[in-house]
Write a protein that binds this ligand. Structure first.
Ligand SMILES: *Cc1c(COP(=O)(O)O)cnc(C)c1O
Length: 393
């Protein structure tokens, strides 16, 4: 779907984010695409109406110039054949699973998966008669041992949610494909700027656009970018279910994309500064950040990713009441779910649904989203939290 010329493909990602692929001259030169609110699309005559499959637009649900602009931008970033947009990141997880699984199939899912994804697999998928099994994020090519003739989907997420385990994506996909399964990855942490799953053999790359692409904690949306082999079935399922993204939300994500490269660079630098500072503290047991050489998955991260984003975890020495004292003292860091916006957030992590990747021991796991504030202010805020935790301990 991308309209990019070969020349544009060679340009840097920030140039492409700033300029493409929407062409301002396609609508009188206005820099940004129009926000098209639509249900009905009128046809000139019965012949056109009969052949509507050949026209770019036929009904609001099927897409508008606004959704096309965002789909094309994501296709360019992911190197995909086509992208669908849906109203949340979670819907971007559930729709491809529904597209490629039927009653009697077997689905294998990484154990460090985003917790609501597990709820969908254990709930709706099992109720549909799909057998669901979880795998160790460090399994690599060993995934071959879990493949059955009826295994139709292998679902990955890397780094893992909250615990940040890395995996050899190409090795897992090769074994999954050899067994005849479709592979999907939740690529939200990295964005397509830091990891391009389709280049590593993944069929479908999933994003919560709610996070860095939106970037300002004010919009919810998801996307699935597919290779040529899987795109048609994905799009057909989306249309059968009857969801697409709303025009104003789509516009907010298009706007967010324009600055995503510079925001991510700042999130990365600030998160690394905070993570390194935390690692040197006596009141911290360990820091879970893929870009730290001390992190067990560091080499796998370095080999596959172009950089790191602003979300990581650390283990606070002490129990849950020390963690509560720490969190309740923070003033700049907000206590709230989601991440990827301009502001810093902190949450106590609950890993009670894990069956294999049970996470680190020795204290309370806290997840930080490092926003765009000044690092010295963030450190001072955390320092006050540590003092409160020590008083509790
Ligand atoms: C937030 C998140 C989602 C879900 O996105 P929503 O837009 O909040 O539904 C999916 N996967 C991961 C890894 C996430 O962090």
């Amino acid at each position: 779907m991308s309209t990019n010329s070969p020349k544009n493909k060679q340009q840097g990602v920030n140039t492409r984010l700033a300029h493409g692929p929407y062409d301002p001259h396609s609508l009188h030169g206005f820099v940004n695409p129009p926000v098209v609110h639509a249900s009905t699309v009128l046809f000139e005559n019965t012949e056109r109406m009969k052949n509507r499959a050949a026209s770019p637009y036929s009904y609001g649900l099927r897409g508008t110039p606004t959704t096309t602009a965002l789909e094309a931008a994501l296709d360019d970033l992911e190197g995909s054949a086509g992208t669908i947009l849906v109203p949340s990141g979670l819907a971007a997880v559930t729709i491809p699973l529904l597209a490629f699984l039927s009653s009697g199939d077997h689905c294998i899912v990484v154990d460090s998966v985003y917790s609501p994804t597990r709820k969908f697999c254990n709930g709706t998928l099992r109720r549909m008669g799909v057998s669901v099994e979880y795998f160790d994020p460090h399994i690599g090519a060993g995934i071959a041992g879990l493949m059955r003739p009826e295994t139709k989907v292998v679902f990955l997420e890397a780094p893992g949610s909250n615990t940040f385990e890395l995996m050899d994506v190409a090795a897992v996909c090769e074994a999954a494909h050899a067994g005849g399964a479709v592979t999907m990855i939740d690529n939200t942490w990295a964005t397509p700027l830091l990891f391009r799953p389709l280049d590593h053999g993944v069929d479908l790359s999933i994003h919560a656009l709610t996070k860095y692409p939106g970037g300002h904690s004010d919009v919810m949306m998801g996307s699935v970018s597919a290779n040529a082999a899987t795109y048609e079935r994905l799009r057909e399922t989306q249309m059968q279910i009857g969801v697409n993204a709303a025009p104003d939300d789509t516009y907010l994500v298009l706007r967010g994309l324009k600055t995503m490269g510079v925001r991510l660079a700042r999130h990365e630098a600030s998160a690394l500064a905070v993570a390194t500072w935390l690692e040197g503290r006596d009141d911290v047991v360990s820091v879970l950040h893929p870009a730290l050489p001390s992190f067990p998955g560091h080499d796998l991260w370095k080999r596959q990713f172009k950089g790191s984003s602003g979300l990581f975890g650390f283990v606070l020495k002490g129990d849950q009441s020390a963690a509560a004292a720490f969190l309740d003292t923070l003033e700049i860091f907000g206590l709230g779910y989601s991440w990827g916006g301009h502001e810093s957030l902190a949450v106590a992590v609950d890993l009670s649904d894990r069956t294999i990747a049970k996470g680190p021991e020795g204290g309370a796991l806290i997840r930080l989203q490092i926003g765009l504030e000044d690092v010295e202010d963030l450190k001072a805020d955390l320092e006050a939290g540590f003092a409160a935790a020590a008083r509790r301990g």
